[in-house]
Design a binder for this molecule. Structure first.
Ligand code: HEC
Length: 256
């Protein structure tokens, strides 16, 4: 008890901070007890949810069991085949003759891999890079050419002249890429063997390359003459056979 109780004085009797505290507690309590909710957003009772779940299960079981719900019978007719409307021709890639198809692939590899050194016309520069135009190692044995591309070359070239070293070019080449680049250089820049180095032959080249005695080292005229002066194994391909220009797999003639 303080001396002020007997003489209440407005300033003293109302303890402002205590009154404020009480007010805050009251509001918090009432908010806890009667949570204000927007109409429609009240939480749903657990039993209503459960009842809905059961209803869905039962309905699904009935429809599914009767084969109606998950059946394609109503949307898919067996034996249906898409027929293009009259006058419309399938515009997929048109088949190409083998030689042209392989060369188209090879032209891209040439600009990416060989152009920088041997030049756009493949004539080299006479000093550091030999000409591929007219080279007998280009138009001669396919196995020799493949070994040069896959492993690089050090030491005298086909003309007996040493220009420098050619680093291996096989990294990142697929068998189809190697077949393409070989077919291309053998039939472009004035070279014209007229034959196709197939993907199958190029695959064999990778295998032969992997089993070289000095694997990992550049090849040389000595090694090429001793071990690789021959053709790559594989069935020759008719240069006029029609191929899918992308996959280089045999294609059928376009419908007339
Ligand atoms: C980094 C430069 C470089 C690149 C890239 C390069 N070559 Fe060479 N190539 C040379 C050099 C240098 C020689 C000569 C090597 C020597 O003197 O021993 C050579 C030699 C050759 C030879 C031997 C020619 C002959 O008549 O003896 C062939 C074939 C050949 N390259 C093909 C290719 C092909 C195909 C590509 C692309 C896949 C290619 N080269 C990419 C630098 C290169």
């Amino acid at each position: 008890m303080s001396q002020h109780d007997s003489k209440p004085d407005l300033e003293e009797s109302i303890n402002v901070s205590e009154a404020h505290g009480r007010l805050v507690r009251d509001i918090a309590a009432s908010a806890r007890e009667k949570r204000i909710v927007e109409g429609g957003s009240e939480p749903i009772s657990a039993w209503v949810l459960a009842a809905c779940g059961v209803a869905v299960l039962v309905a699904g079981g009935i429809l599914g069991g009767a084969g109606e719900l998950f059946s394609y019978n109503t949307t898919y007719r067996p034996g249906y085949e898409r027929t293009p409307p009259p006058g419309v021709v399938d515009t997929g890639p048109q088949p190409k003759e083998a030689l042209a198809a392989y060369m188209a692939k090879g032209a891209k590899i040439y600009s990416a891999k060989c152009n920088g050194c041997h030049g756009a016309d493949a004539k080299g520069d006479g000093a550091n890079f030999p000409s591929l135009a007219g080279s007998t190692w280009i138009t001669g044995d396919t196995q020799r050419l493949a070994m040069i591309i896959l492993n690089g070359l050090q030491g005298p070239t086909s003309t007996g002249k040493t220009y420098g070293v050619m680093p291996p070019q096989g990294v990142g080449l697929s068998a189809a890429d190697l077949a393409g680049i070989m077919t291309y250089v053998r039939n472009h820049f004035g070279n014209s063997t007229g034959d196709v180095v197939t993907t199958e032959m190029a695959k064999a080249a990778f295998e032969i390359s992997a089993t070289r005695g000095n694997a990992g080292q550049m090849t040389s005229a000595t090694e090429l003459d001793a071990d690789h002066a021959k053709a790559l194994p594989g069935e020759p391909l008719d240069p006029k056979a029609l191929l899918d220009p992308v996959s280089l797999a045999p294609a059928t003639a376009p419908a007339p």
